[in-house]
Design a protein around this ligand. Structure first.
Ligand code: SF4
Length: 291
């Protein structure tokens, strides 16, 4: 007769399964790894879950049709958990539902230093979505993405494209500010990025622009440096994706603005936007790091 698992372990399972549901994973397969040697005194057996190890997420399509995934333009990550890559679009998903699922999130350690969670902002039906790395100080205070110095430059870039901020959608890979504006760590990205994927699937833009290497590497699931594929069209779940430099990088390296403007002009061509005479990716700012 099956023994009941300890309450503490059951709670862990419950939380983990709840997390998978939040990010849209509802199917699991049984681990087919070689059976481990029997322990002298087995301590736990599940009663509601078949396998005593954490379930592995899997796509419905992988079960029904085990074909090789379409080749990515950028090689995939060589290591690491890829919950991101195993998610299907959730029928009936919406930005309010995703926000509700995130809730008062404590799933990763970034929640400890958070003032406000920065979900995203803009047109929920935008043709163009910008994805950044994570909130900085100003964003953390206001709960809005890209409102600091880098945000002002991004606004100038958007306006140079003939759009307003309200026309596009702007969000980040992680929704809470990393301490001292450090780069989000791998575990933080892996835990939070499924919410980004749901945002992208829900908005379904024509074009995604990834700002900086963290955004580009996360969305494309690659370890390659952004300089290897910046300015070249990539495929992301059937959508066009352009990776370019982060506005904060441009604040430190104004000479790179020309390259970014070329990237944005490619985006404009796809979106049918006209390039205004004399337009550029914003005036050259002075110096310093922006949040
Ligand atoms: S960064 Fe994402 S996963 Fe981490 S606490 Fe914030 S919302 Fe939750």
């Amino acid at each position: 007769m099956a023994e009941r698992i300890p309450a503490s372990l059951e709670e862990k399972f419950r939380k983990r399964l709840s997390f998978y549901q939040d990010i849209g994973i509802e199917l699991y397969y049984r681990d087919r790894a070689p059976t481990r040697p029997q322990q002298a005194a087995p301590q736990v057996r599940t009663i509601s879950i078949e396998e005593p190890t954490l379930p592995q997420p899997v796509q419905k399509s992988q079960l029904a049709k085990p074909t090789v995934a379409p080749p990515a333009v950028v090689p995939p990550r060589s290591s690491g958990v890829s919950v991101f890559g195993s998610m299907n679009k959730i029928a009936g998903d919406s930005l309010p539902k995703i926000l509700s699922d995130i809730g008062d999130c404590t799933r990763c350690k970034l929640h400890r230093g958070r003032t406000k969670l920065v979900f995203g902002d803009g047109n929920p039906k935008a043709d163009l979505v910008f994805v950044g790395e994570g909130p900085g100080r100003d964003e953390d205070m206001q709960g809005l993405p890209f409102v600091g110095r880098a945000g002002k430059l991004l606004t100038q870039m958007i306006e140079a494209m003939g759009l307003q901020r309200k026309d596009v959608y702007i969000c980040n890979v992680v929704k809470c500010r990393p301490p001292e504006n450090r780069t989000p760590e791998k575990d933080e990205v892996e835990i939070c990025s499924p919410f980004l994927l749901r945002q992208l699937d829900t908005i379904a833009p024509k074009v995604i622009v990834c700002l900086g290497s963290v955004a580009a590497q996360t969305v494309l699931q690659t370890n390659r440096g952004i300089s290897h594929f910046r300015g070249e069209w990539q495929d992301f779940r059937g959508r066009k994706l352009m990776a370019t430099y982060h506005p904060a990088y441009l604040l430190r390296n104004p000479s790179a603005k020309g390259e970014v403007w070329k990237d944005l002009q490619k985006v404009m061509a796809v979106l049918g936007l006209q390039v205004k005479k004399g337009a550029s990716a914003g005036p050259a700012p002075s110096t310093g790091k922006s949040s």
